[in-house]
Design a binder for this molecule. Structure first.
Ligand SMILES: Nc1ncnc2c1ncn2[C@@H]1O[C@H](COP(=O)(O)OP(=O)(O)OP(=O)(O)O)[C@@H](O)[C@H]1O
Length: 259
């Protein structure tokens, strides 16, 4: 078993995953994530982004392939060791906000810190600081059902950032937000990650979200692809018989190549 290159905090080799009902999700994905980088995993719906994040974070083991976190082989860990790893080193944001209904906002945000052994007082102080940054500090004593969906998602983002995880897995983190909110929340998330040296693996199908990342890997049908942008084709003559003026120069096209 060969350990990953030193400059990668997370490294995966040839991950294969098929769901129980036989749906293929990953067909041999390899990638490396560098320390403190924001890596976008992009691709259309159903391309395998969520499944890849699940496998990388140790939530589910891939059927074939390797996942390394620093020098630790995640693929050989049992469920309890993977759970400890996720609790102590990783953060997670789902596309739909899920909070504990019996706890108020700051208690929800402080929960991962308390599970790691931080005192209630310190966990509350950290949670409050992050809630302010995400513009939901004034909701700290509300229950989740009193919040809008967008506010609940901001609390989930706070909960993921407050423990300053080594790696934050964010699966379409701004999906429940209005368009106007998205840019602000994404910038807060990426700025916070950069200032705290948090590595982020960000699944998104939106080009503008992926553009905020340092680097992008693209999936299609469970495989990595390279998108090649072809230069515009310029017609040598004027417009053709059936072609309206101005459309002689075709738009640049893109095609995807499996890698
Ligand atoms: N629980 C499941 N059971 C069976 N098949 C599944 C399950 N979850 C996902 N799939 C299938 O696995 C493939 C990859 O899905 P996945 O959710 O990983 O892709 P995605 O790129 O994250 O898509 P989306 O943006 O819609 O969440 C798809 O064909 C999907 O239909």
């Amino acid at each position: 078993m060969e350990a990953p290159p030193d400059n990668n905090v997370l490294w995966a080799r040839s991950l294969h995953f098929t769901h129980r009902d036989g749906s293929p999700a990953l067909g041999g994905v390899s990638l490396g994530v560098r320390e403190s980088e924001i890596l976008a995993v992009s691709g259309p719906r159903g391309s395998g982004k969520t499944t890849l994040l699940h496998c990388l974070s140790g939530l589910v083991p891939a059927q074939h392939g390797e996942v390394w976190f620093n020098s630790m082989p995640v693929h050989t860990m049992g469920p309890a060791a993977r759970e400890r790893l996720r609790r102590n080193r990783f953060g997670w944001i789902d596309p739909v906000p899920v909070l504990v209904p019996e706890l108020n906002v700051w208690e929800n945000a402080a929960l991962p810190l308390m599970l790691r052994g931080t005192s209630r007082r310190r966990a509350k102080a950290a949670a409050m600081e992050w809630l302010e940054r995400l513009d939901v500090g004034d909701r700290a004593h509300s229950r989740p059902h009193e919040l809008t969906q967008a506010e609940r998602q901001r609390v989930c983002i706070t909960r993921a950032l407050a423990p300053a995880p080594s790696i934050l897995f964010a699966d379409e983190p701004t999906a429940p937000l209005h368009r106007a909110d998205r840019a602000h929340v994404l910038r807060t998330l990426t700025t916070a990650a950069r200032s705290h040296g948090i590595t982020v693996v960000l699944a998104t199908h939106e080009a503008e979200t992926a553009a905020l990342a340092d680097r992008k890997v693209e999936l299609l049908d469970g495989r990595r692809v390279n998108t090649v942008h072809l230069p515009p084709v310029v017609e040598p003559e004027g417009p053709g018989e059936n072609e309206p003026e101005g459309q002689a120069e075709s738009q640049g096209t893109a095609c995807s190549l499996s890698v």
